[in-house]
Design a protein. Structure first.
Length: 312
């Protein structure tokens, strides 16, 4: 089983207009509502590919019930802790100009010490039945610094491997727990290492440097948008080229890559093939608009177009 942890999930509301006019009335062409959050997306991709996934974290109010219903409809097991305040709702506005969406992100509910203690107790139990644990995303209000470090350590102590994805101080906190897999984008990797990461060669060197911060035998993946991605592992560096698709949204692409890679690794596939599955999943999500993620059918169809070769 692949366990995913989303401490601050969301209901994502995507609004589509013809051309966004700030300070004026805009006619809504259509609107979509979906479940969001890094771990939520990872779990949905795993399930879409036929894997067993369980999602945990915090949910509250009617928005929380909505997130859980979306997951269950997509054959994801759920084991969330209910909190008093409602799960956050994020809004994005996308127009037909091709510009990136305008996004509004809410901070999330307040999580108290008792709720956190309940979560930790259940988390340790869930880890005992998991081969992989995917942890990531922002934190809701009330959680202490160092919580990601603690969760990664608990998961590893239970015998599970850990994939981690966050940004800024949260990324540094999680890395101090030495996860097995990380997947920052180029900007995040550059911030973490204090160097420029723009080209494939720079990304290859950065990914190799990031491996020093992981559990021995760890995997560091750096996504490069249209340039594909770079993966560093104990056998060297791999350069991946994503399938060519019309990019409609980048929301959830990294989560999709992680989900497909973990599913492939958990299925016993070699690292090169797992990387190809990740590239295909990221592309499948990129060709959807709003906050939707790619379907299992699209991922399988795009797999043949994902290429991997040895790096510099």
């Amino acid at each position: 089983m692949i366990l995913t942890v989303t401490l601050n999930p969301a209901v994502d509301h995507a609004i589509f207009v013809n051309r966004l006019r700030v300070g004026d009335t805009n006619e809504i062409l259509r609107a979509e509502t979906d479940a969001g959050g890094k771990g939520v997306n990872v779990a949905r991709i795993v399930a879409a590919l036929g894997g067993e996934a369980c999602a945990t974290g915090f949910l509250g109010g009617d928005p929380g019930h909505f997130v859980e219903s979306v997951l269950r409809k997509q054959r994801v097991q759920t084991s969330f802790v209910r909190v008093e305040e409602a799960t956050r709702m994020n809004v994005s506005i996308e127009d037909s100009t091709g510009a990136p969406p305008t996004a509004f992100s809410a901070p999330g509910p307040l999580v108290g010490p008792a709720e956190l203690a309940t979560f930790k107790e259940g988390f340790v139990r869930l880890c005992q039945g998991a081969s992989w644990v995917a942890i990531g995303g922002s934190l809701p209000r009330g959680l202490p610094a160092g919580v990601y470090h603690e969760l990664i350590a608990q998961a590893r102590a239970a015998g599970a491997k850990v994939a981690f994805d966050a940004d800024g101080p949260l990324l540094a906190d999680g890395l101090s727990g030495r996860p097995d897999v990380i997947k920052p984008n180029a900007k995040e990797a550059g911030r973490l290492l204090g160097r420029e990461v723009r080209t494939v060669t720079q990304a290859a060197r950065a990914a190799d440097a990031l491996r020093d911060k992981l559990n021995p035998g760890g995997i560091a993946v750096i996504s490069l948008g249209e340039q594909g991605a770079v993966l560093a592992y104990e056998g060297g560096v791999l350069i991946g080229q994503s399938p060519k698709v019309e990019v409609r949204s980048t929301v959830g692409c990294g989560d999709s890559m992680i989900g497909a890679m973990l599913w492939a690794l958990d299925s016993g596939k070699p690292i090169e093939e797992a990387f190809r599955w990740g590239l295909a999943a990221g592309a499948a999500t990129a060709r959807t608009d709003g906050t939707r993620i790619g379907s299992g059918e699209d991922i399988r169809r795009l797999l043949a177009q994902a290429t991997v070769q040895g790096g510099p």
